[in-house]
Design a protein around this ligand. Structure first.
Ligand SMILES: [Zn+2]
Ligand SMILES: [Zn+2]
Ligand SMILES: [Zn+2]
Ligand SMILES: [Zn+2]
Length: 222
């Protein structure tokens, strides 16, 4: 399964794999000799790359601000811990001490990132959602509008559509978390959800299907 998304500059639709280069072309065309320094970041689900974001982020933004942004758009359920790992810094999760984690979290992006740098982000160290990211380009550009703040969404995947597991007809809107680990896609339409709940663990195990790599995990409901 693949997802598409629209370019925020021209509105045209592109595949998740084609849009990054397309956005870089727009960004190159509006580059200035003086202005603010930005990174073009591509961030996606590590195991479910159908969920992706292309972001324009001021280089002086902190990792903590980026973390807050990712929580808001994709992740936050009950205030779990999170951390970034920068590839090329030889620190594994088990070895990072809190001081080092904080040191990354409260640094500016430009301290650790440059064109081509890859990184990962983990939200919740129990039922984790893992993201991976890459700096797709560095640009000097006119200042973003105030509404955008330091992070602007250049493109985002359209919500993927899943067909109901039971009737195989309707678009699914709910996910049964009781079967999540046994069935591949325990996604149900509203009609089939009730029937399924009777034979499964009950309605309290249902969560809404949402456009996020954390859909169906912990209590995440969008
Ligand atoms: Zn475009
Ligand atoms: Zn949670
Ligand atoms: Zn159905
Ligand atoms: Zn179930």
């Amino acid at each position: 399964m693949k997802t598409k998304g629209n370019c925020s500059f021209c509105g045209n639709e592109y595949s998740g794999s084609g849009i990054t280069r397309h956005l870089n072309n727009h960004l190159k065309a509006i580059q200035l000799s003086k202005g603010k320094a930005y990174f073009h970041l591509r961030i996606q689900g590590k195991y479910d790359p159908i969920y992706w974001l292309n972001l324009l982020v001021e280089q002086k933004t902190s990792f903590e601000e980026l973390d807050r942004f990712l929580r808001k758009i994709w992740l936050e359920c009950c205030g779990h811990l999170s951390a970034f790992e920068i590839d090329g810094l030889s620190r594994g999760w088990g070895w990072i001490d809190e001081e080092e984690e904080d040191e990354i979290m409260y640094s500016k992006l430009s301290k650790y990132l440059d064109e081509g740098t890859t990184f990962s982000h983990t939200y919740d160290f129990g039922t984790s959602t893992e993201l991976k990211g890459k700096v797709q380009g560095a640009f000097v550009l006119p200042t973003l509008s105030k509404e955008d703040g330091p992070i602007k969404i250049l493109a985002r995947n359209e919500a993927p559509l899943f067909v109901c597991f039971a009737c195989k007809k309707e678009v699914a809107t709910e996910i049964c978390t009781a079967c999540y680990y046994e069935a591949d896609e325990p996604y149900f339409c509203e009609n089939c959800m009730e029937k399924h709940a009777e034979t499964c663990e009950g309605e309290e195990y249902f969560l809404p299907l949402v456009n996020s790599p954390r859909t169906g995990v912990c209590g995440y409901d969008g």
